[in-house]
Write a protein that binds this ligand. Structure first.
Ligand SMILES: [Zn+2]
Length: 210
């Protein structure tokens, strides 16, 4: 289910040598560089996803052991080149089984292209720097943007915000720390926060896919 080859036009392309509004070098990487990064660092599932595939819903688990449904504050970075793509502050419960955000962390960090694969016209979202596939963006999201960035968990790595504690790199301990963190946050959660941002992901019959 590769969609890269079917992208017919782009709606946004970062200029070579550019620095994003948030201060990151978003110079587009040469294809060989991105491919090398994938081969070096990524799991088989991650390689599949960042090359244009889609993971099954509710299967996502970040490469550093944090589940996609985490409520912790932080950023969700490109799994290939580590460019920050989405913030936990724009994450919401879409019920789709894929991490969902109503905006990117910086418009210069995510490249949106037209995807004509699977018999549909969709907007594909990729990392602006290395062009790793992330998912798709739809116009049925919540306020304030009305957008829904539907992203594969395998294409992202969660980086906890300062004060959210360090996460072990892998294994049972990581899952335990994440679970403990979520339980602790339930007691103090969501005082004037964004509606729907704290809900646990649950299965639904929503038809749209990442
Ligand atoms: Zn990237």
């Amino acid at each position: 289910m590769t969609s890269e080859n079917n992208s017919s036009s782009s709606t946004k392309r970062v200029v070579a040598g550019a620095v994003s509004a948030s201060g990151y070098d978003v110079t587009r990487r040469k294809k060989g560089t991105a491919q090398l990064a994938r081969e070096r660092a990524l799991s088989i599932k991650q390689r599949y996803v960042v090359s244009g595939g889609t993971e099954p819903p509710f299967s996502g688990r970040f490469s550093n052991g944090v589940r996609y449904s985490t409520k912790r504050r932080g950023t969700f970075n490109c799994a290939v080149c580590d460019l920050p793509a989405y913030s936990s502050s724009s994450k919401f419960n879409s019920g789709t089984g894929w991490p969902s955000f109503y905006e990117t962390i910086d418009p210069d960090h995510v490249w949106e292209t037209t995807d004509l694969s699977a018999g549909m016209v969709r907007k594909e979202v990729k990392c602006a720097r290395c062009h790793a596939h992330q998912g798709h963006v739809f116009n049925d999201g919540p306020r304030p943007t009305g957008k829904r960035y539907c992203v594969n968990a395998a294409s992202l790595t969660f980086k906890a915000a300062h004060g959210e504690g360090q996460v072990p790199s892998h294994g049972i301990a990581a899952g335990f720390v994440d679970m403990l963190s979520r339980h602790l946050r339930i007691r103090t959660k969501n005082k004037g926060g964004k509606e729907g941002a704290e809900g646990e992901e649950e299965p639904s019959a929503r038809p749209t896919v990442a």
